[in-house]
Design a protein around this ligand. Sequence first.
Ligand SMILES: *Cc1c(COP(=O)(O)O)cnc(C)c1O
Length: 210
Amino acid sequence: MAKAQKRFGPPPQKVDLVAVSKTFGAVDILPLLEAGQRQFGENRVQEAQTKWPELKSAFEGVELHLIGPLQTNKVKDAVALFDVIETVDRDKLARALAAEMEKTGSRLPCFVQVNIGGENQKAGIAPGDAVAFVDRCRNEHGLNIVGLMCIPPVDDAPGPYFAQLAELSKLAQVDSLSMGMSADFETAIAVGATHVRVGSALFGSRPPLG
Ligand SMILES: *Cc1c(COP(=O)(O)O)cnc(C)c1O
């Protein structure tokens, strides 16, 4: 990460490592917590509920990021457990999050997820709608939008998509950029990522889905 930051600088931006612990249990997560890692990412609310309440009470300062799709019926649970929501991508969800945060007196930092490759199967707001959506999230829904997040298409070189997200972040006037995973975090940092979401490079490979 430090090497990639030097390529982007000067001055190098601060880059946060979000350790993606999905599919891994407490035994695998504990060594990272003990080594001082505090930012973690999970993609499913229900799975996170099985491990993080206990880990959070055992370790101070944990910042848990929701990095997977959020259904509105899970908003209450998500706001109760997570510290950062990275996947705000539609008005209905923004409205539900804002209402829940109002009710609980929290104001979690949120990222807007952008479907940067315009892929049918992927979540996220269309790139052309992203700036207006960030505005609505802030000014109509009252969310604390701090950045943009994306997952580029798996089969393409990621650099141009990351650079496009960086451009959008300037237009939307947000400071944070969550982009880059195990295979491409150096590229993401080189074009301005402030948060990289790294799973398998830290934890080892995950069992195949399903
Ligand atoms: C699983 C996941 C990651 C981490 O992927 P790796 O390739 O294991 O680093 C990052 N972001 C999201 C949204 C994920 O679901």
